[in-house]
Design a binder for this molecule. Structure first.
Ligand SMILES: Cc1cc2nc3c(=O)[nH]c(=O)nc-3n(C[C@H](O)[C@H](O)[C@H](O)COP(=O)(O)O)c2cc1C
Length: 325
């Protein structure tokens, strides 16, 4: 049933992309997403040493014979890696799909994507950014509305408006998301014209996601009001779960505090501590407004299958009300 330019381009069974999730996008989780018929994405930015990325790619390949991608991070970092070296490793290890995401289009890397024969997907949050990467030769563009977990940019466009606007603006296939947590969201973005959905936060509540059970349980109790945008004042707006460190960050921002002051609450180190120990106030975690929709921790495979079954059931219901053949 599901065949789109994206499923064809990437060689995946279902039109679902598992969003890159920084420290969480390691081999077992990524492979579980690919094995479920979606596209898993390894986050290269986790690794300071390109050889560690090489090992993670090899580990992922041992766990799945399905396609997976590697994300190249273009967000500001305190110690940015040389993405060219990462690309050499990605290519040498035979990964053919690369996703870029961040504050600018990767103009300096496009020639390498082409030289290495990679399929290049860029993720962004606005029509003008999508147009830009389409003009640079991206094979597909992912757009996420500001419901999404993680970076939201500064445009604050909802998924319902962003996806059709981008589809009208570019000819390359569009992957849409931000707020997709079940088959209703999947069907909705496909209806808007997207050729796959990107799903991040829903997969945080999977058995395989490497965060402590305490945190997953707490997120199961979240609702649509449990997130907010932080780090706007430092040019790095993120939608996160509102726990104590997130509230503290907002307080500091409201009184004009500095990056140095908020760093202890929002650093990668603090987040890793929370993921590992399950201490709910050790750091912050990106999540979507849609985190309130799923109430259950499930294996990735069941999440994907449930999404597909729900979308198919919706399609049948559409036929009963005269909306589908
Ligand atoms: C915990 C978490 C970490 C994320 N880290 C990254 C990241 O490192 N790079 C990136 O491009 N996107 C990141 N994202 C965004 C996702 O890849 C995806 O675009 C987003 O989650 C989709 O929206 P949704 O959360 O509403 O499904 C992250 C999302 C979450 C939930």
């Amino acid at each position: 049933m599901f065949k789109t330019r994206i499923t064809e381009l990437l060689g995946i069974k279902y039109p679902i992309i598992g969003g890159t999730m920084m420290d969480l996008s390691l081999a077992p989780f990524v492979a579980a997403i690919s094995n479920a018929g979606a596209l898993g994405i390894v986050a290269s930015a986790i690794f300071k040493d390109p050889e560690k990325l090489r090992l993670e790619i090899r580990k992922t390949r041992e766990l799945t014979d399905k396609p997976f991608a590697v994300n190249i991070n273009l967000f500001p970092q305190l110690m940015p890696p040389d993405n060219r070296v990462f690309l050499d490793v990605i290519s040498a290890e035979g990964v053919r799909i690369v996703e870029t995401s961040g504050h600018q289009a990767p103009e300096g890397l496009v020639a390498l994507f082409k030289e290495y024969g990679m399929t290049w997907i860029h993720k962004c949050v606005g029509v003008r950014y999508a147009r830009k990467v389409a003009s640079l030769g991206a094979d597909a563009v992912t757009v996420v509305g500001y419901e999404n977990g993680g970076a939201t940019g500064i445009l604050n466009i909802t998924t319902l408006v962003l996806v059709p606007s981008v589809i009208d603006a570019v000819k390359i296939p569009v992957i849409g998301g931000g707020g997709v947590a079940d088959g209703r969201g999947l069907y909705a973005v496909l209806s808007l014209g997207a050729e796959a959905a990107i799903v991040g936060s829903r997969f945080v509540l999977s058995e395989e996601c490497p965060v402590h059970r305490n945190l997953k349980n707490a997120l199961c109790d979240a609702d649509e009001l449990s997130t907010d945008l932080i780090m706007f004042t430092v040019g790095f707006t993120h939608r996160v779960w509102m726990n104590e460190p997130a509230r503290k960050t907002l307080e500091i921002e409201k009184r004009g505090g500095t990056l140095q002051e908020i760093l202890p609450y929002v650093s990668g180190e603090a987040a890793r501590k929370m993921y590992k120990t399950g201490d709910l106030n050790a750091g912050t975690i990106s999540v979507s407004q849609a985190i309130g929709i799923p109430k259950k921790i499930m294996p990735v495979k069941d999440i994907v299958e449930e999404m597909i079954e729900q979308a198919q059931a919706i399609h049948k219901r559409m036929a009963t009300i005269g909306m589908a053949g």
